[in-house]
Design a protein around this ligand. Structure first.
Ligand code: GLN
Length: 381
């Protein structure tokens, strides 16, 4: 018998896999894991299949297809006025999670401290721990999950290596304001602290909010990795396509890891995406598209006994059931699947200490009839 010492002894299977599997087993409507239940644009599919037919089926260059990197550089310059060099500052990745893992791997060493805001997307902390880093969680509270930057300052030590940001935020749907960014600039000034800004929901932001990309701020850009996702942008999460932006100094290290991890990313997808994204409307209309879904979903949910939390971005709506019962959110989520046929994500899964505010996350990147059917079931609660 061999034995191994787990490198992540306290980590289980991701909550997304757990809930999606349960949803399937119980034939529940799956509003847990974040993915659309409608297909992507047929035009995009044609571009990709066309690329395969035309023979774009061998390795792409290690950092990605030059034409796609150029297009991303143009997009970032157009949206945020930032100049990222396609050759040295942009890499195409196999999705946002790989970009995040690679960014962390390229700079986190044993003993480095990484500040994360919880509830936090579930891949950050395990990646930091695998690299020998120490997670410094800062717990935010519902309903607005605001950051008190004085508290962040208190978490700073001589070993602070990085702060991870995520706006629009998964799971809360909160967004960072200009005031937050100004506080961050002040806090990191004259330090070597790096930033990993997970901006996979950059194109899904509502009402009068403006996406506060790190790319907008030269003072932060120089110390930041920005990760992005084509899955969210194209309604194609299963393609696992994304990218990373970083100044040359950081991107050089990123590429060293990337080349021995995935080497390069799916060629025909890159060709297809390049042709598709030439039309800016493909991403400029996304916020409107999802705002309609958010508004529709919320208008249905107000008829249930849940209390709605604000949702300023992303395709997630959080609700509180604290007024209904004392059940743990994991138990409540399982009961909703088994007894009511609707799957959600318990938000305690995103806290190091499993802090439970009795909040559930629903994904509204779904067809209108799916949302209607789900809420019809939730009305019985
Ligand atoms: N980002 C998706 C979500 O938050 C899930 C991705 C995954 O399953 N790893 O639901």
């Amino acid at each position: 018998m061999i034995s191994i010492q787990s490198k992540l002894p306290h980590t289980g299977i991701s909550i997304f896999s757990v809930m999606s599997k349960l949803a399937e087993e119980h034939h529940a409507i799956n509003l847990s894991q974040g993915f659309p239940d409608y297909d992507c644009d047929p035009k995009l599919l044609n571009f990709v299949t066309d690329a395969m037919q035309k023979g774009y089926n061998q390795y792409a260059p290690m950092p990605g297809l030059p034409a796609l990197r150029e297009l991303i550089a143009e997009k970032v310059s157009y949206l945020y006025g930032a100049n990222y060099h396609p050759e040295s500052e942009i890499t195409i990745t196999s999705g946002g999670t790989q970009a995040i893992f690679t960014a962390l791997s390229s700079c986190i060493s044993s003993g480095d401290e990484v500040i994360i805001f919880e509830p936090a997307y579930d891949c950050y902390a395990p990646a930091v721990k695998l690299l020998g880093g120490l997670v410094k969680p800062y717990e935010l509270s519902p309903p607005n999950y605001e950051i008190d930057w004085e508290m962040v300052k208190k978490l700073f030590t001589a070993n602070t290596k990085m702060i991870i940001l995520n706006s629009p935020q998964n799971p809360t749907g909160c967004v960072l304001s200009e005031k937050d960014i100004k506080a961050l600039i002040k806090l990191t000034k004259n330090t070597d602290v790096l930033i990993l800004s997970d901006e996979v929901y950059e194109h899904i932001i509502f009402d009068d909010n403006k996406h506060q990309s790190i790319a907008l701020y030269p003072e932060l850009r120089e110390r930041s990795f920005i990760t992005a996702s084509f899955g969210k942008l194209l309604h194609a999460t299963g393609w696992k396509m994304g990218y990373c932006l970083a100044p040359e100094l950081l991107m050089k290290e990123f590429k060293k890891v990337h080349q021995f991890n995935v080497f390069s990313v799916n060629t025909p997808m890159q060709v297809g995406i390049t042709n598709y994204l030439k039309d800016k409307e493909t991403y400029l209309g996304l916020s409107d598209f999802f705002q309609k879904k958010r508004d529709f979903f919320r208008s249905l949910l107000v008829e249930t006994r849940f209390k709605l939390l604000p949702c300023n971005g992303s395709y997630f709506q959080c609700v509180s059931y604290a007024n209904l019962n004392e059940e743990k959110d994991t138990d409540m989520a399982i009961r909703l699947i088994k007894e009511y046929g609707v799957a959600s994500i318990p938000v305690s899964a995103f806290y190091t200490k499993s802090t439970d505010h009795r909040i559930l996350r629903f994904c509204f990147a779904k067809k209108q009839e799916t949302l209607e059917k789900a809420v019809e079931r939730l009305m019985k609660l």
